[in-house]
Design a protein around this ligand. Structure first.
Ligand code: IPE
Ligand code: IPE
Ligand code: MG
Length: 263
């Protein structure tokens, strides 16, 4: 059994390395956003409680973060908890918030070793005090890292974010700090929580769902979407490389025609 497991993981390694070699290093997305979905269904398929699925999903977070940093991706944004997720059973919400504290604390050393900066977007002031504290500590302890930025979307809602930006801009206009004519796409982007972060070129959603669930509506306006039926805990480096390969095989026309892109 032990030999079989070793053999399988060795095969996995060879397979993911073979896929990795196909990636064009000159055409990498700078920013990849991921809706990590399917933890609950994965757990159910394994005859386990939902929380077991969330715990198993941490391994995928680690794999994807490592793979992205190795490739030279600048930003990874992970949808970890939406504003709508508060509507789940209290036991699940509590378990998720506890898991967040444990994971952030446990991973800080690895993030620092790998020179990865942690950031968060969303209404984080409304998180439970312990989760908020662990998050702020994680952000503070990794703030000088420069290789890649890992953004966690926590208590995040894109509609909330857009409304917040609108309110801030309206306030500046009414106080005379801004003129109506000053409002353009760039100014608006600078009032979102993703300020100074380039828009994601690639969005990945696992678990077979084809929706955005209130995630980065403004920022994903021209992103390529990659939907896979794989549940998040089964999403590994090879799956991640496949998503990037799919992105690299697409023609991003930005309203133009194919011939203009090729010339
Ligand atoms: C994603 O997995 C994790 C969070 C939303 C926190 P789900 O918990 O949504 O798993 P499914 O979609 O119920 O299978
Ligand atoms: C989206 O997943 C939010 C996160 C991955 C954190 P959900 O599982 O909550 O999305 P819906 O409810 O199926 O749209
Ligand atoms: Mg889900």
């Amino acid at each position: 059994m032990q030999f079989y497991c070793l053999y399988v993981s060795y095969l996995d390694l060879i397979m993911s390395d073979t896929i990795k070699l196909k990636i064009d290093k000159n055409n990498l997305p700078k920013h990849i956003a991921i809706i990590m979905d399917g933890n609950g269904r994965w757990a159910k398929a394994h005859g386990k409680p939902r929380v077991f699925g969330h715990k198993s999903g941490v391994k995928s977070v680690r794999e994807v973060t490592e793979a992205a940093a190795e490739l030279g991706i600048d930003y990874i944004t992970l949808y970890a908890f939406s504003t709508e997720n508060w509507n789940r059973p209290t036991t699940e919400v509590v378990a998720l918030m506890t898991l967040l504290v444990e994971t952030i604390r446990k991973e800080i050393d690895t993030l620092n070793k790998n020179n990865i900066k942690l950031l968060a977007i969303g209404d984080i002031s409304k998180l439970p005090a312990k989760t908020h504290k662990a998050l702020i500590e994680g952000i503070e302890n990794t703030k000088n890292n420069t290789r890649m930025t890992l953004v966690l979307a926590l208590n995040y809602s894109s509609k909330w974010e857009i409304l917040e930006a609108t309110k801030k801009i309206a306030q500046k206009v009414s106080s005379g700090d801004l003129k109506l004519e000053d409002i353009d796409e760039s100014l608006f982007s600078h009032h979102l929580s993703t300020v100074n972060i380039p828009d994601p070129e690639l969005l990945i959603r696992t678990s077979g769902e084809s929706r955005l669930s209130n995630f980065l509506l403004w920022q994903l306006a021209y992103a390529e979407f990659y939907f896979t039926p794989i549940y998040w805990p089964d999403f590994d480096k090879a799956q991640f490389y496949n998503a990037i390969l799919s992105y690299q095989n697409r023609e991003r026309r930005f309203g133009m025609i194919s011939e203009q892109i090729k010339s």
